[in-house]
Write a protein of this length. Structure first.
Lengths: 499, 244
């Protein structure tokens, strides 16, 4: 009996190793180029934020003027970093969960370059003042089909892997990944077609662009982040997900609410009145999936606080999930009709965007990257200190941006709503919070320097040749990933680690 | 949950809102009924606020330059905000010269534009009625709205920071769009140069993009001067009636 188990284990380890080997190049490409885009996005964010309170900053460079740099910042963050990190996560998680090696890594790598090219051209055109001019969809019109084509080439293999997998259990992570892979093209094509191809009423075009922005987060970035959380939490702690039914409920709650969100940005604009209300209602109710997912993941890891503290993957993931709960609570409070009057056109929207993209998605993505990279490079992370710095700076950076933008935004909005106050007073008042946001982007820049450098070293295969995972503690008394052994050995609680 | 049920659930949960909140409203809004004056009033026919200037081109440049990041162009009805009550934003208040022309934004305000620049935030003031506000504000100053806008684009801190019909002595936080201007050798009799300090023998002239953008900005008007607002758009019918 013991012998059969060990043969099965060996086969299992070999399968996992071959999956990792088959995906090594595309996944590393997505993570490293994503990290470089993230650094660029942060620099642009710093400039954009600084220009809100100090308009003379870098005035000599006309391509960096406020407005354009804002658009370039968000586009680099969403398509350069966010989408690429998501691609890396999707293809790796799907291959591992479907237990199939990837046979198309060359095509994926090509498509990854194509995606990068598209994003580069798009950001370049935005900075040159030749973007599309549509808020939230600033890339010029021809870039979108290129990105779409690249997306299909990257993800179609994961769908095939899922289809040809050996019949068996479908994991919670797989629901989220599958849904994200179906939602993304649907949202993307709809937005592109209605905004750029068809000739529509200008207000509705603006509405669809807002819908695109909201659904891209709720139905693509968020599901990928949650897929990662549902993968890592049980994997690293070695226990099952707390409640299957709660996971099911959280998933469908998001699926039913997500598609309605977005048009609350146009509250009071001349579009059919139910659209902004439906959007606002969806954003209020997003608290439901946030609590369902939050409770489920945190209950999964709660008994093992030392594991959470020691595993970089789990630390980032747990904080990402907490950020999702905070996102839900704030979204619920800020989208009621009275609050929306104030925050609709204030800094608050930016704070929520960053909380979603950086607080929820990126932190979960960092967690996934700290888990995946050692497996595909077969090297361990070099420096515990780098990871720790990355963690704390990210945490404080995101928190500072969110607090400054949301508190400042609420005050700014309340001031604008108070017609007895002159308008100019309010914008001056809000600009002091703008300083806080700029400073916080500085924190994140440092955080990302540690991360980017560390990742590039791993990419160059300069990681530690060790079978010990890099844990955030000073000695290896007990290993939460199971017993020490080959790199592939510690990621699943196998029969040998069950004792 | 079977795979079939899963896919059906996804199609249904996304497909329904997709149809109801995106496709159908889009199709319906392609052919909107024009807003008409009530039968029997002094005015008749559709209410179409006049717009002149390089609207389509200027609107595109407005978007490309990212003006919508900090400026909105929407006057929300009172259920959604207090915009109508900010002086000048929504139209002109009743006076001896004109009836009350304040109203919320309606779809026809964006006629000729590819996308309505509703805007992301109000770091700067709303621009929905900028053209008319400037006209009122600059009356008797000897400066036209177009000249003011050009100067503001080139150096926002050279023009008085003007919002709510109040000249605030403080500095504007608007960034300069100096990339839309060229510094060229000056010669006697050159027209179109900005009245700003330039290096010796040089003049600052707007590019074509700047001209289009400025033309678009001064075309932003919520009202037809001295024309009442149709009853269906009027938020303050009593004031309009008493002004007559």
């Amino acid at each position: 009996m013991a012998e059969t188990t060990s043969i099965a284990d060996t086969q299992d380890i070999e399968l996992r190793a071959s999956i990792d080997r088959s995906l090594r190049h595309p996944v590393m490409f997505f993570f490293t180029s994503g990290a470089v885009w993230l650094a660029l996005a942060i620099v642009l964010g710093l400039v954009a934020s600084a220009k809100k309170h100090s308009p003379e900053f870098l005035e000599c460079f006309s391509f960096l003027d406020a407005g354009k740099v804002d658009a370039a910042h968000m586009s680099a963050l969403v398509y350069g970093w966010g989408a690429q990190a998501a691609f890396g996560m999707i293809i790796w998680f799907m291959a591992r969960l479907s237990r199939k090696t990837c046979t198309a890594s060359g095509t994926i790598l090509f498509a990854g370059h194509l995606w990068n090219f598209g994003v580069m051209v798009g950001v370049g055109f935005i900075l040159a003042g030749e973007g599309s001019g549509v808020a939230y969809m600033e890339f010029p019109m021809p870039v979108w089909p290129v990105l779409f084509f690249a997306f299909i080439l990257i993800t179609v293999w994961s769908l095939i892997q899922f289809q040809v997998r050996d019949a068996g259990h479908v994991y919670v992570s797989q629901w989220y990944l599958l849904a994200a892979m179906l939602w993304f093209p649907w949202v993307f094509i709809t937005a592109w077609f209605f905004v750029f191809v068809l000739d529509g009423n200008p207000v509705m075009v603006a509405g669809i662009a807002s819908w695109f922005k909201a659904t891209l987060f709720l139905l693509f970035f968020l599901p990928v982040a949650l897929a990662s959380a549902y993968y890592l939490a049980p994997k690293v702690t070695g226990g099952p997900v707390h409640s299957y039914n709660l996971a099911l409920f959280g998933f469908w709650a998001l699926a039913f609410l997500g598609p309605w969100a977005g048009m609350q940005k146009l509250m009071g604009a001349p579009i059919p009145q139910f659209l902004p209300y439906a959007g606002a209602a969806a954003m209020v109710l997003i608290l439901i999936p946030a609590i369902a997912v939050g409770v489920n993941i945190l209950k999964t890891v709660i008994g093992q606080t030392d594991v959470v503290a020691q595993s970089p993957s789990l630390r980032f993931t747990a904080f990402g999930v907490v950020a999702f709960v905070i996102f839900g609570v704030l979204s619920c409070g800020l989208h009621t009709t009275n609050a929306l009057k104030m925050v609709q056109f204030s800094y608050t929207g930016y704070g929520m965007d960053i909380l979603g993209l950086y607080g929820v998605f990126s932190l979960c993505a960092f967690g996934a990257i700290y888990f995946i990279v050692p497996r595909i490079t077969r090297r361990e992370w070099l420096s515990r200190r780098f990871i720790r710095w990355h963690y704390y700076l990210s945490l404080y950076g995101v928190a500072a941006i969110v607090v400054c933008a949301i508190v400042g935004g609420v005050m700014q909005g309340a001031g604008i709503e108070d017609v007895s106050q002159p308008f100019g007073t309010m914008s001056r008042f809000a600009s002091s919070y703008g300083w806080g946001v700029t400073l916080a982007w500085g924190f994140l820049l440092f955080a990302n320097l540690f991360f980017c450098l560390h990742l590039l070293l791993m990419w160059a295969r300069l990681g530690r040749r060790s079978s010990h995972p890099t844990l955030l503690k000073s000695h290896h008394a007990s290993n939460p990933h199971g017993p020490d052994g080959e790199v592939d050995n510690y990621d699943t609680p196998t029969a040998s680690s069950a004792h | 949950m079977t795979f079939k049920a899963f896919i059906f659930g996804l199609l249904a949960s996304f497909g329904f809102p997709w149809l109801v909140a995106v496709v159908i409203p889009f199709a319906k809004m392609r052919s909107l009924e024009p807003v008409k004056f009530a039968e029997g009033s002094d005015q008749s026919g559709p209410y179409i606020p006049a717009r002149d200037g390089r609207v389509t081109e200027g609107s595109k440049i407005y978007g490309q330059e990212g003006c919508a990041t900090c400026h909105t162009q929407v006057i929300r009805p009172t259920y959604a905000g207090n915009d109508i009550h900010r002086e000048g934003w929504a139209g002109l208040q009743a006076s001896l010269d004109n009836p009350d022309t304040r109203r919320a934004t309606f779809a026809n305000d964006f006629r000729g534009e590819k996308v309505a620049h509703i805007g992301m935030s109000r770091v700067g003031p709303d621009l929905a009625n900028l053209g008319r506000r400037l006209e009122t504000h600059l009356k008797g100053d000897g400066q036209t709205p177009l000249e003011w806008v050009m100067l503001h684009l080139y150096n926002p801190r050279s023009t008085p920071n003007y919002a709510d019909n109040q000249t605030i002595p403080d500095r504007s936080s608007c960034p300069s769009k100096n990339g839309l201007f060229n510094v060229v050798p000056d010669y006697q009799g050159r027209g179109g140069a900005l009245k700003v300090e330039a290096p010796e023998g040089k003049a600052v002239v707007p590019t074509d993009r700047a001209r289009a953008l400025a033309s678009y900005l001064v075309s932003l008007k919520k009202d037809m001067l001295n024309q009442p607002v149709p009853a269906s758009l009027n938020t303050n019918p009593k004031a309009a009636a008493s002004a007559k």
